[in-house]
Design a protein around this ligand. Structure first.
Ligand code: 13P
Length: 280
């Protein structure tokens, strides 16, 4: 069942858990993620990087995500991840996205607010809600992290933009961490309080220790993003299949194991989020 960003986050809020948000890249990762959510009866977010929405692959991938969401036995939101500008956010609405992230975190506070607010207003015309980002969440390969999200800035940002959810920088980064990250749980709680209970988003979910994820959810994280480890689950399985002497040649049969691998991986994150059995 396809639902919008507000609907899915309301479920998490009312149930005191977190929605797993899986980045999908192709039909196989999409199938693995949806099967995981269905098997564990969990609502989930399927999200797509902006380059995929912008390039030719978007013509194929977006309709597949929408079809998967409609067919799913659990609530599914189709979300744009890290939209950098109105080009990607508008195009994603056209492709049927029901949630939009506008990432203006590289801009200064005023410019980030102005751009995010414009996107919030546009999306509202079609009953789609927006995730903003404050405090730039970089890559694990960056030399240093930007300043962590400040609760008082988050309050101003949320009040002036009207975002449904806020991605925060609290020790997290995208990619495979070189050593386990230290997530600032107190800061999550402080931002949550300052923003009057706004749904907070933890990016960079690949490799954050399980205990830290559980504590972060208790402190107010309502959406957990996972991308890199989905790619590894998929590619490691592909490699294993390729090396088998009796490997499948028909690509659809070959892909069964990688789909299963993605599914099993995603299930571990559903459980960590506390989303199991929460689909209504
Ligand atoms: P990882 O690739 O580190 O899991 O991060 C995913 C993410 O935050 C997508 O926005």
């Amino acid at each position: 069942m396809l639902v919008n960003f507000k609907q899915i986050l309301t479920m998490a809020e009312e149930g005191g858990y977190c929605i797993p948000a899986f980045n999908v890249y192709n039909i196989e990762t999409l199938m693995g993620a949806v099967k995981a959510a269905e098997e564990l009866k969990a609502p989930c977010i399927l999200q797509v990087y902006p380059r995929l929405m912008k390039e030719e692959v978007g013509y194929y991938l977006a309709p597949a995500v929408v079809a998967a969401a409609h067919k799913a036995s659990v609530p599914v939101c189709f979300h744009l991840d890290h939209g950098p500008s109105e080009l990607e956010t508008t195009r994603s609405l056209r492709w049927g996205a029901t949630g939009i992230m506008l990432d203006g975190s590289a801009l200064d506070l005023e410019d980030n607010i102005a751009l995010t607010k414009r996107v919030v207003d546009t999306c509202a015309y079609v009953d789609v809600q927006v995730e903003g980002e404050l405090g730039h969440i970089g890559s694990v390969n960056d030399d240093s992290m930007d300043e962590f999200t400040m609760p008082e800035d988050a309050k101003i940002f949320v009040e002036r933009t009207g975002v449904q959810a806020l991605a925060v920088l609290v020790g997290n980064a995208h990619g495979r961490y070189k050593k386990p990250p230290k997530i600032d749980i107190q800061r999550i709680a402080d931002i949550r309080k300052a923003t009057n209970g706004t749904a907070l988003v933890l990016h960079g979910g690949s490799g954050i220790p399980d205990e830290a994820i559980k504590e972060a959810v208790k402190a107010g994280i309502r959406k957990l993003n996972v991308a890199t480890d989905i790619c590894y689950a998929f590619l490691d399985s592909v490699q294993e299949e390729v090396n088998k002497p009796d490997r499948m040649i028909a690509v659809d049969n070959f892909m069964k194991a990688p789909i299963e691998a993605v599914k099993e991986f995603c299930k571990t994150k559903v459980l960590l989020c506390g989303a199991e059995g929460k689909a209504k």
